[in-house]
Design a protein around this ligand. Sequence first.
Ligand code: ATP
Ligand code: MN
Length: 470
Amino acid sequence: MKKLSVAQARLPESVDQEILLQGWIRTRRDSKGGFSFLELNDGSSLGNIQIVAPGTLPNYESDIKRLTAGCSVSVEGLVKASPGKGQATEVEARSVTVHGWADPDAFPIQKKGASFEFLRTVAHLRPRTNTFGAMARVRNCVCRSIHDFFQEEGFLYVHTPIITASDCEGAGAMFKVTTLNLRNPPLPEEGPDKPGWDVDFSKDFFQRPAYLTVSGQLEGETYACGLGKCYTFGPTFRAENSNTARHLAEFWMVEPEAAFFELIDNMDLAERFLKRIFRDVLARCPEDMEFFRERIDKTVIDTLEHVLESNFIRLPYTDAVEILKASGRQFEFPVEWGHDLQAEHERYLTEEHFKSPVILFDYPRAIKPFYMRLNDDGCTVRAMDVLVPKVGEIIGGSQREERLDVLEMRMKEQNLSPESYWWYLDLRRFGTVPHSGFGLGVERVLLFITGMANIRDVIPYPRTPGSAEF
Ligand code: ATP
Ligand code: MN
């Protein structure tokens, strides 16, 4: 007997096959005719398959009539064309074996319409709901597209370290990695002898302060400046205490980096990349996307289709400031050249003014990291942020500063010591090239695609301030 997934068994071509299905009961309904309908789901698709369990089965009274949401079963039976609407097939059971019961008084997620806040408290069981099943499949589809896209474009997949000694942004709050006894840390005998060495890190595991990475960019650059086009894709950690619906302490970031690449090439790459992800999700996850459209946000499919047909707006930061000032809007944070744009400004540009994704570029040097290439005007750098409606920034990137003297000057300007970045500066000492890259936050893309409101609900186990239970 062949084992099929529920997704396979739902296809018309499965009719007349004797099959095995294994999964979890969603609902049971008993018919007056002395048989029962079971809705079975195994995660292979949003839709369930209907099992018709005849009353003649030997365990009908003892087992089948006790089945409730969450019970796990194996079903052997015959696939038939279904007379019901909205389903091509159903399965007439020859046997139903129960693997595990789920006490309906105790099983936390059987009620329809449980709030997302509540489901976060049972994050280990929420994969059994429609929303989190759909999310897991869409997330998988996005990750597959990420690799397909870069592999087809000739980018090399590089693993950059998760434990690092360098702080990529010079600003990002980082988690420390240590094996020191926090109750009794070794202290330097004559006070800290290096900045930040309030404890004696020479006694620590790495014999120096070490952190969880906030970005693989700097290491990515070292591979791009030798191998051409690379990308990293991995977990990223930020200890900033921002309790927003768009920030996680642990999130997944894709970071392409390419040699002989200027800002314009970087923008083209980012636009092609996002469109590829959106196109693949619409083509490969139609049922899940229809669910998000129906239950979460009526506009998600139209928005993705509209984005696929349009060109992203490309706008210098300075022009964006002009537009915002001329908007006549009362923003909570006033707009002024030289200040970082706030979410409300980004949303105005993408949702109201342009109604489209916007690539902002050429930002003031003072608000961007040291590694971004200084423009000839002396006051802006070759930064680019991709902004989308509702979510705001989903990509941040730049052309990198390839001139050694300018880079050193920028580091000093931002109070970073060139000595501790000696290996990064070597890229500019030996065969330097113009190069560019960006970082895309996978969870931000998922917010945009699915219309979900909170980033805690697009990753299996969200890490946020005060929350790491599961
Ligand atoms: P923001 O201004 O939104 O806090 P950022 O400018 O600090 O983001 P970058 O350092 O440019 O972010 O990181 C690149 C991308 O990583 C961002 O465009 C975003 O998609 C994603 N990202 C950054 N921080 C987070 C976070 N805390 N949680 C989830 N995704 C994030
Ligand atoms: Mn950014």
